[in-house]
Design a protein. Structure first.
Length: 298
């Protein structure tokens, strides 16, 4: 435990007391801490209810501080306690998710300071008010001119997104595509970092190769008009896209730049599919960047 750092219970966990146990529930994870008395449990629960620094332990627990410190260090090792970021509450769960994904975000450069808003542009012919509204939350981000944006979110037709793919690569612009809804699947992402991550063409080539009509995929997609997204699908799509955007901008989460999210509203299913560069991609194939390695992969 670093004396100068501020720690807090991970946003994934919720604390509850049962007799002489403090339970920390986080999704499918449960951490139970048994202490000598219910009073000790209450004291620890109260202490963990707010961010603290290492020196607060001595003041709060006096003679038992060394034992409590060892316990807290074990919780830090298990990522139940994490360093509290200087960010609005709405961003803390997102930053915690990104941090838990590991990787080497430093290799991608410094992410955006979470205490400051990040300009995001939302463009494309399939942007609806509901989708745009998803990117207007708690002042943590704001819409901005695409030329000044740090991330461009694009919701358009396949032809639009293909045109943007080439143009944004030339401009060196990081962007996040929201593919048109085909009536069954809604693809979201990945965040496309020119010359680093797979591009939109890579995603389409990978996706098409897994269909039953792979040789005809491009022609079929070009001929089929997009399905309208109802309000529910718009809201879910916008929410997932927002989470991808936040995790990239404020933490450079490797998952958002190497994974496409596939939403299947019919069966209430969402799956994440890793996607890599495709050698035959005409936009970012290996020839212009021979030997490049993903900075978040070993």
């Amino acid at each position: 435990m670093r004396a100068s750092a501020t720690y807090a219970v991970s946003p994934r966990y919720t604390a509850g007391e049962v007799e002489d146990c403090l339970h920390l529930l986080g999704g499918r994870e449960l951490v139970s801490i048994q202490l000598a008395s219910a009073e000790a449990v209450t004291a620890l629960g109260r202490f963990l209810s707010a961010p603290f620094v290492g020196t607060d332990v001595d003041a709060a627990f006096a003679g038992s501080a060394p034992s409590v410190r060892r316990l807290l260090e074990e919780l830090i090792d298990h990522q139940v306690l994490v360093e509290a970021p200087d960010a609005p509450p709405s961003l803390r769960p997102v930053l915690d998710e990104a941090r838990r994904n590991g990787g080497d975000p430093d290799a991608l450069g410094a992410p955006k300071d979470p205490s400051r808003p990040a300009p995001i542009a939302v463009v494309g012919s399939l942007v609806s008010p509901a989708l745009e509204q998803a990117f207007w939350r708690d002042g943590s981000i704001r819409l901005d001119d695409p030329l000044a944006a740090e991330l461009t979110v694009a919701a358009g037709t396949i032809d639009e997104l293909r045109e943007m793919n080439g143009r944004f690569r030339e401009e060196g612009r990081t962007w996040l595509p929201i593919a048109p809804f085909d009536g069954r699947f809604q693809l979201i992402g990945p965040v496309i970092v020119p010359a680093v991550s797979p591009c939109f063409e890579c995603v389409q080539l990978r996706w098409g190769s897994n269909t039953a009509f792979a040789p005809l995929y491009d022609r079929v997609v070009a001929a089929a008009p997009p399905h309208a997204r109802d309000d529910g699908i718009e809201a879910v799509t916008g929410g997932f896209a927002l989470r991808y955007a936040l995790r990239w901008l404020f933490a450079h989460d490797w998952m958002t730049a190497s994974t496409v999210l596939v939403l299947e509203p019919k069966v209430f299913s969402t799956t994440a599919h890793p996607v890599y560069r495709v050698a035959r991609c005409s936009t970012c194939g290996p020839r212009p960047y021979a030997g490049i390695r993903y900075p978040w992969r070993s």
